[in-house]
Every structure is written in C-alpha cells, then in structure tokens.
Design a protein around this ligand. Structure first.
Ligand SMILES: Nc1ncnc2c1ncn2[C@@H]1O[C@H](COP(=O)(O)OP(=O)(O)O)[C@@H](O)[C@H]1O
Ligand SMILES: [Mg+2]
Length: 199
C-alpha cells in the first residue's frame, strides 16, 4: 500500500513496502512544456547521481526504477532515523566524523549536494546515509564544495545550536581536503558582508 510520507517544495514522497517513491510535483507558475521537461531532467539527474555515488561507495539509497515519463524515482528505503532527530535527542557530535567522511567521498567523486542539511541524512545501523540529491550537480570546483559545507554549518548553528561548535570541530578534523575548508572562510566572509550591506 502506497503511503504518503513527506511533501516538500519539489516532491511528494510515498512509501510502498520497502520502496520510497519520489514524485516531482509540477509548478503551476511554469509553462507546462518547460515544467514537464525540467521535472524529467531533475529526476534523471538525481538517479544518475545516486548511481554514480553508489559506485564510489558513498552510502546512498539504491535506485530501483526511473520513470521518466511520470517524473518519478523509486529508491530503496533506508530504515533508520533522520540525523536531525537523532542529534536533537542524543546531542552526539561524534557522528560528524562519519558525516565528514561521506561528504568528502561525495566531493571526491565530483558531486556537490546542494542541500546538505541534517534532514537529508539518515543514520542506519551506525552508518550515515546521504539522501535527497534533488538539487545536486557535478562539480569539481573548490568553491561549490565550500558552499556545501557552508550550508551544513548554517544548519548546525540554527537547528543544533547546543552542539554546533563541537560538531563542526569534529567535521573539520575529519574532512581532509584543507583547500575546501579554507575556501569556506572566504564564503563565510562574503556572507557576512552581504548581511550587513544596505538593501
Ligand atoms: N531513501 C529513503 N529512505 C527513507 N526515507 C527517505 C528516503 N528518501 C526520502 N526519505 C524521507 O522523505 C523525506 C523527504 O525526502 P527528500 O528526498 O529529502 O525530498 P525533499 O526534496 O522533499 O526534501 C526525507 O527527509 C526522509 O524523511
Ligand atoms: Mg530533503
């Protein structure tokens, strides 16, 4: 039986047995032809990225089926707990060692996530799985990878403020591409400048 489990801005998610069905929703403000084309492309891209990451052993759900015509993606269900909920409960900053390793491996494969938050990670049997590659893309640019880290750090500060400093220390220690860590400082300086600028 198909059961609705989540609805975001981009997609509706259903659970059907051990499968997750991600249906990209249409946006009424877009011209119909363009809308269908975009949804098909994003669905295909998300599947491709998941398959690429699985090949390089990043923990991601397996792709079971891509239904391009219907713009739906069927993926394996990861039966764990959302990292956001787990962290709020456990305050276990050490988990960021594994998160850093998964993100590093993803970046090494030339993929940037685009929405790297604790809501898009699942802890299953002590392993971190990355999910939701709906905004992901291919990039080998240090800048793009630093922007991924920036988003994750902002998520920590706002949602996990009690442990964010400790968690980020663990992340920095375990994400070993120092070039990206250094670029993050540039990204952050730019962010602060923008916030203070008039208009
Ligand atoms: N493979 C999966 N296994 C288990 N739960 C999943 C899986 N994919 C998505 N979910 C659940 O559905 C929610 C929304 O899915 P997600 O891919 O993040 O789409 P959205 O773009 O709406 O954020 C996730 O936060 C998670 O709780
Ligand atoms: Mg999500």
């Amino acid at each position: 039986m198909k059961q609705k489990i989540a609805q975001g801005a981009e997609a509706i998610l259903y659970k059907d047995g051990d499968k997750i069905i991600k249906e990209r929703i249409s946006k009424s403000y877009r011209i119909k032809e363009i809308d269908t084309k975009l949804r098909k492309e994003r669905t295909k891209m998300e599947a491709r990225i998941l398959e690429k990451l699985a090949r390089v052993r990043v923990n991601v759900p397996r792709v079971l089926k891509v239904d391009e015509a219907k713009t739906t993606l069927e993926i394996e269900e990861i039966k764990g707990e959302k990292v956001r909920d787990y962290l709020l409960k456990s305050k276990d900053a050490k988990i960021f060692k594994q998160i850093a390793k998964q993100v590093e491996l993803m970046h090494a494969a030339g993929i940037v996530h685009g929405d790297l938050t604790t809501s898009n990670m699942i802890l299953f049997k002590n392993n971190i799985f990355l999910i939701d590659f709906g905004l992901s893309g291919h990039s080998d640019r240090v800048e793009d990878k630093a922007v991924d880290l920036h988003l994750l750090k902002e998520c920590l500060k706002s949602k996990h403020f009690e442990i964010w400093e400790q968690a980020w220390k663990v992340f920095e220690k375990n994400y070993s591409v120092k070039e990206v860590i250094n670029r993050l400082k540039v990204v952050e300086r730019r962010g602060r400048y923008k916030e203070k600028a008039p208009i």
